[in-house]
Design a protein. Structure first.
Length: 294
């Protein structure tokens, strides 16, 4: 789409924007841009990359309506939410880190060593994971048991192996994980499911002030919300986060740390499954590298 096409699209939904749009093309589901309207208000535009995303957009809008009632931090306020455009006023703070869409260079927008970050993240996780399943059910959002989660991984493993391939070492790791019942929680919680520093906004005190990109939120394995922290901050910081989470009222189990490590390792499988679903050559090639067969 050209800049003029995007201006016409937003105008059709009652939003008049300037022609100075800054895009971040890292998103898998949406092309994301930041632009000002004619009054100077900055907006986030999310333009779907595929034509079949109306149900996903509707689901995420329900998620946002739910979480904003329970969280003490900002979430996107979708003013426009249609099959061809999502738009909301830009939130106050920046993500903890951002990637350059071309060079993939990481820029930290906070002090990653600040002692304030982990306790504030733990607080938000406790709030999020305490959202009642009954409220999730009313909105017809996904609710998965531990049995469902294991079957999901098994199905992904079977499909990805047949369509893309997977290294013997990684396949063995996933199967060992699936068969080790002691790692898995006996309960599920409402989770973001794609939570890492790029989706977490922080303020001047290096405390969490907002969370974005709620597409995949559901009732599932709470370890998923810790896996992104492990990938960016490492094992010692993960241990601190789990300790702080429990201290602030979060429910844990004996092997939450080990389960989080395996959840982080399963990112390659999840990406492979997405690549198969989208039939994108670019994503298939990227998944093959992550799965050890590229």
């Amino acid at each position: 789409m050209t800049t003029k096409d995007i201006q016409n699209l937003t105008q059709a939904h009652g939003l008049t924007i300037t022609d100075d749009i800054k895009f971040n093309d890292m998103g898998i589901d949406f092309r994301v841009g930041i632009v000002s309207d004619i009054d100077g208000q900055q907006w986030v535009l999310r333009i779907p990359r595929r034509n079949n995303m109306a149900d996903q957009i509707k689901g995420e809008r329900e998620i946002l309506n739910l979480v904003k009632k329970h969280l003490s931090v900002e979430v996107p306020d979708w003013r426009i939410a249609n099959h061809d455009l999502v738009a909301y006023p830009l939130l106050k703070d920046k993500p903890a880190l951002t990637y350059d869409g071309v060079t993939y260079e990481v820029t930290w927008n906070m002090d990653k060593d600040s002692p304030n970050y982990v306790p504030s993240l733990a607080k938000v996780l406790v709030e999020l994971h305490h959202i009642p399943a009954s409220e999730v059910s009313v909105k017809n959002l996904k609710i998965k048991t531990t049995t469902d989660l294991k079957k999901e991984i098994e199905n992904q493993l079977r499909l990805v192996k047949s369509e893309i391939g997977i290294s013997e070492e990684l396949e063995a790791r996933y199967k060992t994980w699936l068969n080790n019942d002691s790692l898995w929680p006996k309960f599920t919680k409402f989770i973001h499911a794609d939570l890492y520093a790029g989706h977490i906004l922080t303020d001047n005190n290096n405390e969490v002030s907002g969370i974005i990109d709620w597409t995949t939120a559901h009732v599932g394995d709470p370890a998923m919300d810790f896996a992104g922290h492990l990938n960016v901050f490492g094992e010692e910081s993960l241990k601190q986060l789990i300790e702080e989470y429990e201290k602030q009222g979060g429910q844990i189990w004996d092997r939450i740390f080990e389960q989080t490590v395996e959840r982080a390792a399963a990112a390659a499988l999840a990406y492979g499954f997405f690549a198969v679903e989208t039939k994108s050559d670019l994503h298939i090639q990227g998944a093959k590298k992550m799965l050890g067969v590229g």
